[in-house]
Ligand binder design. Structure first.
Ligand SMILES: [Zn+2]
Length: 422
């Protein structure tokens, strides 16, 4: 009887499964670096079941005709700050809002990311600790619309460091959630990471040099010692978590690579030794080479604090030149924009810059799909359109390999087998 019931239940589940077939005129496969013609993608509920030419489509399947479009896997931005609320260029703005306000202001950010074709983001830190976890979980429950989020929970940073809220009088005591990730020894680093792992984060963000967009910071400096960075990578590994390191300065970058981080963020002033080390260790460089446009524009509009513009001087061009060097050297590259510096929903603009600075269009697409999924440790679920993976699918008219700027205007977005834009 029990067996019969189980069979009936299974049949009912099968019968009620939502089956969708997408007819793709062209399909980009970043795994092989090729484009296939006239493909059918068969989707059952949230997952891809089959992909290929001339696949039998079940009678009951919903057909989506993208035969005049190029279909790609959903894009992945590996460096976002979706949970930081309405961006106003000034971290001090955090003091005018409660944590609840910041998270609720982040709801449209999440929607904008998804509707622009980014079905997954790696969110790499928020000033108000753990707000990103709340946002991620609300999206996963289906309460709000947004990308698949992998979150850091807080910045793991030295006191007064790149991830700290700075610029205040020394006698002002910050509430717990505005300095949650502060740590000043290997054991404090381990303690913070243990807390974050318990809180349910997906990865750990450490800051290994000063920052551009932090008051009283110096991007040329080193933050954290090699011992502290090694402690971070080791402790995170106990919980199956990977570490990404913010670093602009050559030494900050090399310390992080030697410690075994999964990716270096920004990597602006990486030197030849740093490039060789990244290659040797298989470290991803996640270089946000577009957002300089937004920093400079906000500077012209008087919206960017003066000290931030001083930190930024020359750094944008140096980073772009080093990006070209790293690509030529064959370093693993992922796609990260620092979304929030530029408006949410405009990450696609970085593709053209990646091509301008040395990538082929296919390499730029791989950075935001198969490479990004590999960096996140989720290649079996996302990053290409293969059986068993999530049906995270986008489409553009025309050929993005001939005109990469087509990725700035994604016309079709599906996540988890559900259409969000058509
Ligand atoms: Zn950032």
């Amino acid at each position: 009887m029990k067996l019969l019931l189980a069979i009936v239940c299974t049949l009912t589940t099968l019968a009620s499964a939502q089956v969708t077939a997408i007819r793709a005129g062209h399909l980009v496969d970043p795994d092989s670096g090729t484009v296939l013609a006239d493909q059918v993608i068969l989707i059952r509920d949230s997952k891809i079941e089959k992909v290929g030419k001339g696949i039998d489509v079940p009678v009951k399947a919903t057909i989506i005709d993208l035969s005049r479009m190029t279909v790609l896997p959903g894009l992945i931005d590996c460096h976002t700050h979706v949970a930081d609320g309405a961006h106003d260029g000034e971290p001090m703005g955090q003091f005018k809002k409660t944590g609840a306000q910041v998270v609720l202001e982040s709801v449209p950010n999440a929607r904008a990311m998804l509707e622009s074709g980014f079905t997954t983001v790696r969110d790499v830190g928020t000033y108000r600790a753990l707000g990103d976890i709340a946002l991620r979980d609300a999206i996963n429950r289906g309460d709000i619309v947004g990308p698949r989020m992998f979150v850091a929970g807080a910045y793991v940073t030295i006191s007064g460091g790149a991830g700290a809220l700075t610029g205040l009088a020394p006698d002002i005591q910050l509430p717990w959630d505005l300095h949650y990730g502060e740590a000043n020894s290997p054991w404090e680093v381990r303690k913070v990471i243990r807390q974050l792992a318990h809180d349910g984060v997906d990865h750990i963000k450490v800051l290994s040099s000063g920052a551009v967009l932090t008051h009283g910071s110096n991007p040329h400096s080193q933050e954290f010692t090699p011992e502290e960075l090694q402690a971070a990578v080791d402790e995170a590994s106990h919980f199956g978590l990977r570490v990404e390191a913010h670093a602009h300065s050559p030494e900050g970058i090399k310390n992080a690579i030697r410690a075994g981080v999964a990716s270096v963020e920004h990597a602006s002033m990486i030197d030849d030794e740093g490039i060789a080390l990244a290659k040797q260790h298989g470290t991803y460089l996640d270089m946000d080479i577009y957002d300089e446009e937004c920093i400079q524009e906000e500077g012209r509009n008087g919206k960017m604090p003066k000290d931030f513009l001083e930190h930024d001087a020359q750094l944008g061009q140096i980073q772009r030149d080093n990006f070209r060097k790293a690509v030529a050297a064959g370093v693993k590259m992922s796609f990260g924009t620092d979304a929030g510096v530029c408006a949410y929903g405009t990450s696609g603009k970085q593709f053209a810059f990646m091509v301008k600075y040395g990538m082929t269009a296919m390499q730029a697409i791989q950075a935001a799909t198969s490479n990004a999924a590999d960096l996140l440790g989720h290649s079996s679920e996302i990053g290409s359109l293969k059986p068993g993976k999530y049906a995270d699918i986008i489409a553009v008219p025309g050929d993005p390999l001939a005109d990469i700027r087509l990725l700035e205007d994604i016309r079709f977005v599906m996540k988890d087998g559900k259409i969000y834009k058509q």
